[in-house]
Design a protein around this ligand. Structure first.
Ligand SMILES: [Zn+2]
Length: 156
């Protein structure tokens, strides 16, 4: 199993909480290793809630895509389409619909969340044979496009 980007490693860890239920993992060490000529990323640390030692190891690619993309054209090997969809929905839900009321810093942050949600939907679609094969991502996509237009209009 190979992770396609650091973003994908981070999301995978977010999706796999500690046995105690704590979802946040603040790793204290992250290192790269070569094993049989393959690069690996290893994240180590302790759970902030129960203190349990935690460690994630990912085979990684040498050429990750530019952020906020989670990966290239091929679907993820470690995160499923339903997980990406839930992530996109959760991200889209925290973006305020009306950018007018936000400060410029909050607007920038919201814009980043919209880009990340769009990237997550791109990942869902990589599992679907038809680009518009799934109704929900299509609906989320148009919602996100609408949000993005609103934010871009305010920024201009
Ligand atoms: Zn824990």
């Amino acid at each position: 199993m190979t992770a396609r980007s650091a973003e994908e490693c981070h999301l995978y860890m977010e999706l796999h909480p500690c046995d105690c239920g704590e979802p946040v993992f603040q790793w204290s060490r992250c290192r790269r290793e070569q094993r049989d000529d393959r690069p690996f990323s290893v994240y180590e640390g302790h759970c902030g809630a129960c203190g349990e030692a935690r460690c994630f190891e990912f085979a990684v690619t040498d050429e990750p895509p530019p952020p906020p993309a989670y990966g290239g054209p091929e679907p993820s090997q470690i995160i499923g389409p339903d997980e990406f969809l839930a992530v996109a929905q959760a991200l889209a839900a925290i973006v305020p619909a009306d950018p007018q009321r936000l400060g410029s810093e909050e607007r920038e942050q919201a814009m980043e969340v919209i880009e990340l949600a769009s990237a997550a939907i791109d990942e869902v679609l990589k599992f679907a044979p038809e680009p518009d094969g799934e109704a929900l991502p299509a609906r989320l996509r148009s919602e996100l496009a609408q949000l993005r237009r609103g934010y871009t209009a305010v920024r201009a």
